[in-house]
Design a binder for this molecule. Structure first.
Ligand code: HEC
Length: 111
């Protein structure tokens, strides 16, 4: 009998091989989105809602509404989160945090 962890690793590898890179990417994206939600709940939820209020004109805007705007892209969010804002505190975020928050906001917006 193979040890359980070795068996798990083997089956994950097998899945990755048969499903190909798209499977691996989908799994990575899902992890990013989950991390993004945890971060957003810790850092952004005092002000923003995550789909509870889809009105675009709410201030601060709902993340699902932000993510769904046609002009919202990973790049536009990255630029926003790296610059300072009049009405929003400048929260210091590292690259991985920014990437996961972007994944979360775009996922909420259906992108
Ligand atoms: C203290 C309240 C506050 C916190 C905390 C906060 N925000 Fe904001 N945020 C605002 C306000 C107010 C606006 C709208 C005014 C503006 O654009 O400056 C805004 C706007 C935004 C927008 C722009 C939406 C658009 O119109 O394009 C994004 C994206 C955003 N916030 C992301 C975040 C993220 C991610 C976090 C957590 C890391 C966060 N905010 C934390 C108050 C906050």
């Amino acid at each position: 009998m193979m040890p359980r962890t070795a068996l798990l690793k083997t089956s994950a590898l097998f899945l990755a091989l048969i499903a190909g890179p798209s499977f691996v990417h989908a799994a990575q994206d899902e992890i990013m989105v989950k991390q993004g939600r945890i971060l957003a709940e810790a850092l952004c939820a005092d002000c923003h809602t995550f789909g509870g209020n889809r009105r675009r004109d709410a201030s601060p805007p709902d993340f699902a509404a932000v993510g769904a705007m046609p002009q919202t892209t990973a790049l536009s969010l990255r630029v926003f989160l790296r610059s300072s804002h009049a009405n929003m505190p400048d929260i210091i975020l590292d690259d991985v945090q920014i990437d996961s928050l972007i994944a979360f906001i775009l996922d909420l917006g259906g992108k």
